[in-house]
Design a binder for this molecule. Structure first.
Ligand SMILES: [Zn+2]
Length: 258
């Protein structure tokens, strides 16, 4: 239920932030007839089903994305609770997932990665890693790589993420935007070293394969820009949840002695 409610909030962010509108006011309303949606018609998941995806006042269709995001975050948060248990690591991962899901949706629909989300994300990630270093706590899944301080680990990860996509952006001459480069820095700060390499690899391979499939299936032409942020965001979340497991599984194959 918490996941569905947060999904509902993410929908509001994804709708209003790219248009420069406030995310807190005015309250939820139909985008067509401005009808103010009463609380009883604003229940995540259920209201969409109950109203059969239409405004009660004017009958305009409500975008299906609202339902899928609410359902998706509800399922994701149930998974996160099962995976992390109650605690500060759960809160941290929930926070980062909200950032990445918002960026994923906005980049999919508007082909932009707003600084209004990426910059605060970078500041939050730096602040949390600094606090963890000062007070001596660090997430078991997120850090590794033999650096004693979380903030050092995070900063190196952020630098590597930024560096990799900066080089790709220079080579691709506009194929990869600067928004992607800044997002990569945020992802590196969040995943740290060495997991940032896995996140970048998954994002680049996932985006590349999807672009190839869309081109081959003639669903997109070479002129169409395929946003890269959604793949980076998905890769960041996969790396947060399973990165250590994937790396542990890969290490025997990467080592020349085994
Ligand atoms: Zn309406």
């Amino acid at each position: 239920m918490v996941g569905a409610a947060i999904g509902s909030f993410i929908n509001v962010v994804a709708d209003r932030l790219p248009e420069g509108k406030s995310i807190v006011s005015p309250p939820s309303h139909c985008s067509k007839c401005q009808y103010k949606i009463p609380a009883t018609d604003n229940i995540p998941i259920f209201s969409y089903l109950w109203l059969r995806g239409r405004c009660r006042n004017c009958g305009a269709t409500i975008p299906q994305r609202l339902l899928w995001v609410e359902l998706g975050t509800a399922i994701l948060f149930a998974f996160l609770y099962w995976h992390y248990g109650l605690g500060w690591e759960l809160a941290l991962v929930v926070l980062y997932c909200c950032l990445f899901i918002s960026l994923l949706l906005i980049d999919l629909e508007h082909s932009i990665l707003p600084n209004k989300i990426v910059y605060p994300g970078i500041i939050i990630a730096l602040a949390i890693a600094s606090l963890g270093s000062i007070f001596g706590f660090e997430p078991s899944d997120i850090v590794g790589g033999g650096f004693r301080l979380w903030i050092v680990n995070a900063a190196i990860g952020g630098g590597i993420g930024f560096g990799i996509l900066f080089v790709i952006a220079l080579i691709s001459r506009g194929g990869m935007g600067w928004g992607d480069v800044k997002l990569a820095a945020l992802i590196g700060l969040v995943t740290g070293f060495p997991l940032v390499f896995l996140a970048m690899f998954l994002g680049i391979v996932g985006g590349g394969l999807t672009a190839a499939i869309l081109l081959l299936a003639k669903l997109k032409s070479r002129k169409d820009a395929i946003p890269f942020g959604p793949f980076l965001s998905l890769a960041a979340m996969v790396t947060l949840f399973w990165g250590s497991n994937i790396l542990n599984w890969l290490i025997p194959y990467l080592s020349p002695h085994s």
